[in-house]
Design a protein around this ligand. Structure first.
Ligand code: NDP
Ligand code: MG
Length: 395
């Protein structure tokens, strides 16, 4: 059989490198045809030398020139492109079968839409893209005939608990329960959260991830984004998506059925499992992850998410129950807040407050969610407002 031709958007990141790790175990099944990065030229050069893709994409022309000279010197024929248009071009190219969307942030929306419209197998790690795109994202998937497979571990878990035929989902599902680890500050005195540093926030107890999602896990804005992501992926009402803290990260999420039966997916916390599932679905292939050692497991415990400690979490339902486009606003504010926190311009405890303020203050036009342009304009306005609030200290 012909090998699946894979494009990895964000190949130098945490999900990108885990994806290459899974691919390296199945050389007969997959071929890497495009790799993209943003700032890490050295890493992308090394990946190109190993994988010999047809295309490589960097952010700027200068980086692309640098990369292309290095690859040429090594005798590679890789075509080096640059910029946001190049991401769209490779994601939708007819020589690509599968797109791993592993860019962080709303920057990944345009290439995701291109892959959706071109009918690709679209492996979605980039949750911000679906949070920003909402109904239009799902429409592009349907109209393009794409196969959308969730990579976020919780959503992969839900997907693994459901039958292939989507039409049976509504009558089957009462609600879903997304599990959350609670992040590094689950037991910390909430009064001391103002002093938290970026280094502390990025030290996650169970997962090693990029810096943005690590901060999101600590504030639980990550779970808020996942609630919104689940609403769209599984066509649920906001009330049908619930969250429980499960500090061990062994149960990756659960479906509570109409008959009160609960289906769960379990495994060691290793992103190569959902990645391998997305790559091989509906088959299963070796992922490289270790198996669960049941007898060595500590207790599996559950606790509610405390609204005082995680004030950002409830913003998911607030945004979902407001005018469409509100989730775009929430995501944009959060991207600005996290960046400011990582650059020490915003305190940790101010992230959720800033998000709430922007969500409250920004008026969403009635037709904002009618087009991608409308959503991107809204995204831009939310970013400006968030930036202004940080600069003027009116958080
Ligand atoms: P990383 O920060 O590790 O990687 C992000 C990747 O995207 C890098 O290759 C980076 O390039 C590239 N990139 C960053 N900004 C841009 C931009 N503006 N335009 C184009 N490319 C860009 O993030 P993760 O791998 O941790 O996360 C990726 C996505 O997957 C996120 O949406 C995250 O929420 C989601 N996810 C991640 C999980 C994890 O375990 N890490 C788990 C579940 C979901 P460069 O490195 O060259 O700068
Ligand atoms: Mg997740």
């Amino acid at each position: 059989a012909a090998r699946q031709r894979v494009c990895i958007l964000g190949s130098t990141g945490s999900i990108g490198t885990s994806t290459l790790d899974v691919l390296s175990r199945h050389p007969d099944r997959f071929e890497v045809v495009a790799l993209t990065a943003h700032s890490r030229v050295d890493e992308l050069a090394a990946q190109c030398l190993q994988w010999r893709p047809r295309w490589a994409v960097m952010a700027t022309a200068a980086q692309a020139l640098d990369l292309s000279q290095r690859l040429r010197a090594a005798g590679l024929g890789t075509e080096v492109l640059h910029g946001a248009d190049a991401l769209v071009q490779v994601a939708g190219h007819d020589q690509v079968d599968t797109v791993m969307a592993a860019i962080v942030g709303a920057a990944g929306l345009a290439p995701c839409l291109a892959a959706a419209r071109a009918g690709k197998r679209l492996l979605l790690a980039n949750k911000e893209a679906i949070v920003v795109g909402g109904a239009l994202f799902m429409q592009a998937v349907r109209e393009g005939g794409a196969t959308l497979l969730p990579i976020d571990s919780e959503h992969s878990a839900i997907f693994q608990c459901l039958p292939e035929d989507r039409r049976t989902w509504p009558q089957r599902i009462d609600h879903i329960v997304l599990t959350a680890s609670g992040g590094p500050f689950r037991s910390r005195d909430p009064a001391t959260l103002a002093e938290v540093t970026p280094e502390q926030a990025c030290a996650h107890p169970n997962w090693v991830m990029g810096r943005k999602i690590s901060v999101d896990s600590a504030t639980m804005m990550n779970k808020a984004l996942e609630v919104i992501e689940a609403r769209w992926l599984f066509d649920l009402t906001p009330r049908q998506v619930r969250v429980v803290i499960h500090p061990q990260s062994i149960i990756h999420s659960m479906v509570v059925c109409r008959d009160a039966s609960v289906l769960a997916q379990l495994g060691t916390p290793d992103m190569r499992v959902p990645i391998a599932y997305g790559l091989a679905w509906p088959e299963r292939i070796e992922s490289g992850a270790s198996q669960l050692d049941f007898l060595g497991l500590a207790n599996l415990t559950f606790e509610p998410a405390d609204a005082q400690r995680y004030p950002g979490l409830q913003l998911a339902w607030q945004a979902l129950e407001s005018r469409e486009g509100s989730t775009t606003v929430l995501n944009a504010a959060n991207e600005i807040a996290v960046d400011a926190f990582l650059n020490r311009r915003l305190r940790f405890d101010q992230i959720a407050r800033l998000n709430a303020t922007v969500l409250e203050r920004l008026a969403v036009p009635a037709d904002a969610a009618a087009s991608v342009e409308g959503l991107l304009a809204l995204d831009g306005r939310a970013r400006s407002l968030a930036g202004e609030l940080i600069r003027t200290g009116r958080i």
